[in-house]
Ligand binder design. Structure first.
Ligand SMILES: [Fe+2]
Ligand SMILES: [Fe+2]
Length: 276
């Protein structure tokens, strides 16, 4: 069964039970009758050319590369506020914690060449799309399951061990790392902060810590943010699961669903991690 790019976008949403295409996901060049796809976390202009040269019906990326998915990317940051308030952070405090990030993302998008990669795909008439938030939501739910399965009184180290049992994290060459706090600390209340565009940096972690959360999970964090938090907190923890290892959790689910529907997928750019 061959699918269209619209049907593939819809499939990515169905996997998490969503109706609307998130602001960070887009079809750049539509296609029909898709039976083969090059699937990767980062597929940009060189990989679009590769897809065209090798005769793939679709180049399917995770990270957004241009157009609306880049220009309106900051819209998905509203999930940062949702996740914080769900853990008891007051709305005003949550908004303030994400305001610098939002500004950075908005100004970055405004200055970016949002036409670059899509225009190459258009020139080659190579079907090209990205799906970002929905696969990340699959990963987020996976992490929440692990967090909810921890016994009361667990340590941070026990949480790290449980996370490392997720096949993609087990297969990846990156480890789950404790960037703030220590493996010996009590795990306490865990906030899984992923599938919100990007990580929340020091400000969002601090908002959690100041409102009763003991351990925050990001998939990645900058060195400056980790240092800042480490100087402020000893008994609070920031666990990072690894960017590519974590992104691939949702993409593997999507690849399986595509293959079930007769789209033969070739995983590259991280997407082969955890696939046997
Ligand atoms: Fe992701
Ligand atoms: Fe990512």
């Amino acid at each position: 069964m061959a699918l269209s790019t619209d049907e593939i976008m819809r499939l990515s949403l169905d996997l998490v039970g969503w109706d609307e295409v998130p602001a960070d996901s887009q079809i750049y060049v539509p296609g029909e009758g898709i039976e083969s796809a090059l699937v990767g976390i980062d597929l940009e202009s060189p990989e679009v050319q590769l897809a065209e040269r090798e005769g793939y019906d679709l180049a399917l990326a995770h990270h957004p590369v241009g157009e609306r998915a880049r220009l309106d990317f900051s819209n998905v940051l509203s999930r940062q506020v949702e996740f914080m308030t769900a853990h008891g952070v007051p709305t005003g405090e949550a908004e303030a914690a994400v305001s610098e990030l939002r500004e950075r993302v908005e100004l970055g998008a405004h200055s970016a060449n949002y036409r670059h990669d899509p225009s190459v795909a258009e020139l080659l008439d190579q079907p090209y799309m990205n799906v970002h938030l929905a696969p990340d939501e699959i990963g987020r739910r996976r992490f929440v399951e692990v967090a909810e399965g921890m016994d009361a009184g667990s340590s941070v180290g026990e949480f790290v061990t449980a996370l490392e049992e997720i096949p993609e994290l087990a297969a990846a060459r990156t480890d789950v790392e404790v960037r703030v706090g220590s493996e010996d600390n009590d795990l306490g209340e865990v906030a899984v902060h992923h599938a919100a565009g990007t990580n929340g940096g020091a400000d969002v972690a601090r908002a959690y810590f100041e409102n009763g959360v003991d351990t925050v999970l990001y998939i990645h964090v900058g060195a400056g943010d980790a240092r800042e938090l480490s100087e402020e907190y000893e008994k609070k923890n920031l666990v990072v699961t690894g960017h590519i290892a974590s992104d691939v959790i949702g993409l593997n689910t999507l690849i399986d669903a595509l293959e079930d529907r007769g789209v033969e997928c070739t995983p590259i750019s991280g997407c082969s991690i955890g696939r046997s």
